[in-house]
Design a protein around this ligand. Structure first.
Ligand SMILES: C[S@@+](CC[C@H](N)C(=O)[O-])C[C@H]1O[C@@H](n2cnc3c(N)ncnc32)[C@H](O)[C@@H]1O
Length: 508
């Protein structure tokens, strides 16, 4: 049940609401509507609020909705904020149904959700494992069914996993909950029955592996992008000012097998063929490309360093760091910083197994960086796939240490709490037509960040460029020494969206 609406257990893929579709976009202020849609993107705003963009699956208008979940204001949303792991179920691709009230504004209608249930699962093993590991009482909260009627809950679960049968999902749910309780949650990802379930959902619901067709970029987003470009894309490229030095490295290990073996051995599951394919076709070329860039930046250093001190921000298991340490041998020392202890342990073990002595792994949260844990001197900060604000923390670390940087960016709406350069930019933005306020600059940024997330959308690369140019402008303003910056792009063949922010201090 959802605000009086019943969940259908039918097998169509267009949502569980058994009543007339409500044309949400025409809803009047305060009008209550029921929306069903697939999540396109989500943005967490503190502990209680989450902004969700939904693609309608109810009346097939092709429309999208912006919906705000404020769990503090509405009891019906509490499970999504308070049950551990629940928020991960509200992932792009999952289908939800919500009761919401409309709040029209000049930027389009925002829907304020009062209740939300899951009506379609993501057919990926980690998602299925997570969902199925919750016991019936918790599942009842996600489906808004009565706790004392597990049959109804399992029927709702079967609907979300259509074409699965009720008895099948009940058995799977009991099995997964047992495995999770016994500490074997991660083994579920490889479980044959979950894989088969994912395959059947994909087939029945028409999931395809092809790229999502992006919606047309709206005139308002274009206008926001153009304003951002006018503000930030003029001065950030110092192409001609980059210094190329003559220093040579003591040792460079160019053996390709070393790199591939190191990467393959660094996989959580080396037999995972899909992951291995990704490593070979995308990540390894990215790493090789980054190694070339790092080389150029180190060569630009004038000082005769015995050992270059490098830091890999958000380095995880240290895929890039291992490769850099192997390539440059004793000429460099690499410190991998990450907030995830499990990734760091895996990286540490690999370094030990390969006798890689010129690297170390440091557990730290970049939002609370303690100077005491940092190397006394840093020559270069790098980062591969630094999600959202983490890339800004990496640049900040470089500025603070007066180091060069090469930071690849992605996921432009995550780690907002680390986005210090972005916050600075909204205060510093100079007016384009004399009417801007801090608020309107923030709105432009919001629209452009949204565009930067939609691979294949018109203006996608320009949006990424505008955001990163803005970050680099702020870095230049903050830097105590004169800083040359530029943006570089990985070749399209192995990354459509990873742009690298590069900074090099002018020789003093
Ligand atoms: C997308 S992963 C990239 C990992 C690695 N660079 C690679 O390419 O495999 C982002 C990494 O940033 C780390 N991270 C996220 N927030 C962080 C923070 N506040 N401080 C340090 N590391 C963080 C995550 O744990 C994760 O390992």
């Amino acid at each position: 049940m959802l605000g009086g609406w019943a969940l259908s257990t039918g097998d169509n893929a267009s949502g569980g609401c058994n009543t007339q579709a409500v044309p949400g976009h025409n809803a009047a202020n305060g009008e209550e509507v029921v929306l069903t849609g697939r999540i396109l993107s989500t943005e967490r705003r503190g502990n209680w609020e989450q902004l969700i963009e939904l693609a309608d699956t109810q009346d097939h208008t092709g429309g999208t909705y912006r919906m705000l979940l404020d769990s503090r204001a509405h009891e019906g949303l509490l499970p999504w904020a308070t049950i551990k792991g629940a928020r991960k179920l509200l992932a792009p691709g999952a289908e939800v149904q919500a009761v919401a009230t409309a709040k029209p504004s000049d930027d389009g209608t925002l829907f304020l959700a009062t209740k939300l249930i899951l009506v379609g699962a993501l057919p990926a093993s980690p998602f299925l494992a997570r969902l199925l590991s919750f016991g019936p009482d918790t599942l009842a909260e996600f489906f808004d069914t009565e706790k004392n009627t597990p049959e109804t809950t399992y029927a709702a679960l079967a609907y979300a996993l259509r074409p699965a049968q009720i008895a099948q999902v009940r058995a799977l749910s009991e099995f997964c909950a047992g495995e999770a309780k016994a500490g074997r949650f991660e083994t579920l990802f490889k479980h044959e029955e979950l894989r088969e379930l994912g395959d059947s959902i994909r087939e029945a619901q028409g999931w395809t592996r092809g790229p999502r067709v992006p919606k047309a970029t709206s005139p308002a987003t274009w206008a926001a992008l153009e304003r951002m470009e006018q503000r930030w894309c003029t001065e950030c490229a110092d192409e001609t000012k980059f210094v190329v030095g003559t220093q040579t490295f003591v040792s460079v290990n160019t053996n390709q097998d070393v790199l591939l073996n190191t990467l393959a051995n660094n996989l959580p599951n080396p037999k995972d063929s899909k992951r291995l394919e990704y490593i070979c076709q995308r990540k390894r070329p990215q790493i090789e490309w980054m190694i070339g860039l790092i080389r150029k930046l180190l060569l630009a250093h004038k000082e005769e360093n015995d050992v270059f001190q490098l830091v890999d921000v958000g380095g995880g298991r240290g895929d890039l760091a291992h490769a850099v340490a192997k390539y440059y041998g004793s000429s460099v020392f690499v410190t991998v910083m990450d907030i995830n202890p499990t990734s760091l342990s895996a990286g540490r073990k690999l370094a030990h197994d390969h006798s890689t002595a010129n690297m170390k792994f440091l557990l730290c949260d970049l939002s609370k960086l303690d100077a005491a844990v940092l190397p006394a001197h840093i020559d270069l900060v790098f980062g591969l796939h630094c999600c959202g604000g983490l890339s800004e923390s990496a640049v900040e670390l470089a500025l603070r240490s007066q180091a060069s940087f090469a930071v690849s960016t992605c996921c432009f709406r995550s780690n907002n709490h680390l986005a210090s350069l972005t916050s600075m930019s909204t205060r510093k933005a100079s007016p384009i037509n004399g009417e801007e306020t801090e608020d309107s600059t923030r709105k432009d940024l919001d629209a452009v960040t949204g565009l930067a997330l939609i691979g294949g959308a018109k203006g996608h690369s320009r949006a990424i460029q505008a955001i990163n140019s803005m970050r680099l402008q702020m870095a230049k303003e903050k830097s105590r020494r004169s800083l040359n910056t530029r943006l570089e792009w990985f070749p399209q063949a192995y990354s459509e969206q990873n742009c690298v922010m590069v900074g090099s201090l002018c020789p003093s």
